[in-house]
Design a binder for this molecule. Structure first.
Ligand SMILES: [Zn+2]
Length: 189
């Protein structure tokens, strides 16, 4: 088969979320012909990321090594606020918006929530407020109730971001201003 490597590259690129056939073709052309240095740097970055990046043992966020930068930062650990997100990449989005100075906790599946770890963090860092930063949906409302119920003996304030965030839209599709408003205007629950 002719151009086997090129076809294979396009096929792999197409596996990446949000990259369609047209983009895959364009990127493959850039990498394989137009900018081989970029391609090799990219290959190297991907290899390093795959080897070094994992989920933080404390919060479940993205970490280079065992513990993420946020969980290593004393000023953040003792802010009294813990933000619960449903995906590690939501932490990056909130961090990029520079609107939150506390710590995070990732819960991806209600059945597997590490309540022991969550309670340990609440106690250890003297957390007073839990903020749920889920995109609004029936599922996330159910998850909030479930978590709140499990933590009801911890004397916590619970709040959730809501304002300006449409139902069913992921945090990665929300502009920074709306996200800032949503966090500042968080409602107690
Ligand atoms: Zn962490």
């Amino acid at each position: 088969m002719k151009n086997k490597s090129f076809t294979l590259l396009i096929e792999q690129l197409e596996q990446i979320p949000s990259i369609g056939k047209k983009s895959a073709n364009k990127i493959a052309y850039t990498l394989a012909l137009e900018n081989k240095i970029l391609a090799l740097n990219l290959a190297n970055c991907i290899e390093n990321a795959v080897q070094n990046i994992q989920q933080c043992e404390i919060c479940g966020g993205i970490a280079e090594g065992k513990i993420c930068e946020i969980c290593e930062d004393d000023t953040r650990l003792y802010s009294g606020m813990l933000c619960i997100v449903s995906n590690p990449k939501d932490i990056l989005i909130i961090e990029e918006a520079n609107i939150f100075s506390g710590i995070y906790f990732v819960v991806d599946d209600a059945k597997r929530i590490d309540f022991e770890g969550l309670r340990a963090n609440i106690k250890l860092y003297n957390i007073q407020e839990i903020i749920f930063a889920f995109s609004p949906s029936l599922m996330s409302d159910a998850m909030i109730l479930f978590i709140e119920d499990k933590l009801k003996d911890e004397k916590l304030i619970f709040s959730k971001i809501a304002q300006g965030i449409p139902t069913g839209v992921g945090l990665d599709n929300i502009d920074r201003l709306s996200l800032t408003r949503a966090l500042e205007g968080r409602a107690k629950i």
